[in-house]
Design a protein around this ligand. Structure first.
Ligand SMILES: [Zn+2]
Length: 446
């Protein structure tokens, strides 16, 4: 029987989980991780048990998280000394906020973040610079990045990713998660639906180009996946139990990326397509001097566009269909890259184009690489194909699951024209050095 979620989490935080790739124990810097209902009522005892000092700062924002922070304050009152800091509505993840927070939390031994991605990024980076424990109190099961060690922040008007640390402890109150706006819950489900497509892409690159591939991240997820997919309809109703399972899965997906030291296990062709579309949509509404926001925040009506997981649901289905078409082939042979450097520069613009050419040089089908890939395909395609089939979920089944969760399934539902989607299939593959079925589809011989 598969290990229960609590047992897996317990092993991971204690460092007794054994990686199927190395056969050795894996250490993660998270010291505690809990997913359960009404955790917030027990917060004082849980935080006291960490021995992290005597005062904490609670950071929330005005985007609907203030009420949850208040519940947390009520639990801590009289037991743990705390200060409460409230960031403004629609806070931008700028270095100014990081500096402000460093000053305001100077006398606190640890900082608890209660809120969304942006707020977490600010708290994560602040505590990283101050070498203080960062405690995470999740508010919505909207994505798998809660436990990532990087913070996405704006410095001198430019958004980029900064190295930071993982939360010292993660508290996910499933009763609170189930109260999150429905679209955020669905988005979390959408971000997990790509397990099968990413795994096939990552494995294919390993088989054909010899890049790294790990089973570990998937061994955390696949034993629970069938049940998760069966819960799609319950997710669409924000059922507490289904949302709890979803939260566990998101946490494990995030930990899988930490173990791989890369987003690779959970971000391949479907994410590349999404990133390409984001880039195009951002270009559409780019206003000079204003930092770009790509996703629609249900609490912020000013920002247009799909949520991350909504877009991923659609691009995952598209990748699944494309992979299925290729998996049906008895024989597979690739041809030389036909898109030239000039075409890339023209499509992406000179500045970004140069960056792209550098990025993709590792996977470009040079003649030498092509000969090696075709030799592997000639000899091993049947074996590679049967491995891939074990990771595959059929398109019809996946479509049913996505529909049951109430997520979008078509490009036009997330604001992308068919024409643009077609261009994405041809050009998105140049945005990352990851070799995926997008490359195979573009380069395969008829
Ligand atoms: Zn994602």
């Amino acid at each position: 029987m598969a290990m229960g979620f609590d047992e897996i989490l317990e092993r991971l935080v204690r460092g007794t989980w054994v990686s199927p790739d190395t056969g050795t124990h894996v250490e993660i810097p998270i010291n505690r991780a809990y997913v359960r209902p009404f955790l917030i009522k027990d917060a004082a005892r849980l935080i006291n048990s960490l021995s992290i000092g005597s005062t904490v700062a609670i950071v929330s924002d005005r985007n609907g998280h203030r009420e949850i922070a208040r519940q947390l304050e009520n639990s801590l009152r009289g037991v743990i000394s705390f200060t409460s800091l409230v960031l403004p509505t629609d806070v931008e993840p700028t270095m100014e906020y990081v500096e402000e927070l460093r000053k305001k939390t100077f006398h606190s031994d640890a900082v608890i973040a209660v809120g969304s991605g942006t707020l977490n990024d600010i708290v994560k980076y602040t505590t990283y610079l101050e070498k203080k424990p960062y405690l995470l109190f999740g508010t919505a099961p909207s994505m798998n990045g809660y436990v990532s060690s990087t913070a996405s922040l704006i410095e001198s008007g430019k958004k980029r990713s900064f190295s930071a640390h993982l939360p010292y402890a993660v508290y996910m109150d499933s009763a609170i998660m189930a109260q999150a706006p429905l679209r955020l819950v669905q988005s979390g489900f959408g971000d997990l639906i790509c397990r099968s497509t990413s795994q096939k892409d990552w494995y294919l690159s390993h088989a054909l180009l010899g890049t790294e591939y790990l089973e570990g991240p998937y061994s955390l997820l696949t034993p629970h996946e069938e049940k998760l997919h069966e819960q799609a309809e319950a997710i669409a109703k924000c059922d507490t139990h289904a949302v709890e399972d979803l939260t566990y899965n998101l946490l494990l997906s995030g930990i899988g990326m930490y173990i791989s030291q890369s987003s690779a296990p959970a971000s391949q062709g479907e994410h590349i397509l999404t990133h390409y579309m984001e880039l195009q949509m951002a270009k559409d509404r780019h206003q000079p001097g204003k930092p770009l926001k790509y996703y629609h925040d249900p609490n912020n009506e000013r920002v247009q566009g799909p949520l991350h997981g909504e877009a991923i649901a659609v691009t995952t289905l598209a990748m699944c269909r494309l992979q299925e078409r290729i998996l049906n082939k008895e024989k597979l042979r690739l041809k030389k890259e036909f898109i030239t450097d000039e075409m890339i520069l023209k499509h992406f613009g000179a500045g970004h184009g140069q960056q792209i050419l550098k990025e993709v040089s590792k996977k470009m089908m040079t003649e030498e690489r092509l000969a090696s890939v075709n030799a592997i395909l000639e000899e091993k395609w049947p074996q590679i194909r049967s491995q891939l089939e074990k990771m595959h979920i059929g398109y019809d089944q996946l479509l049913q699951t996505v529909e049951a969760a109430g997520l979008p399934t078509k490009f036009k539902e997330i604001g992308w024209s068919e024409e643009r989607a077609e261009t994405a299939f041809a050009m998105a593959r140049f945005m990352r050095d990851r070799f995926t079925f997008l490359d195979v589809a573009a380069l395969m011989e008829a």
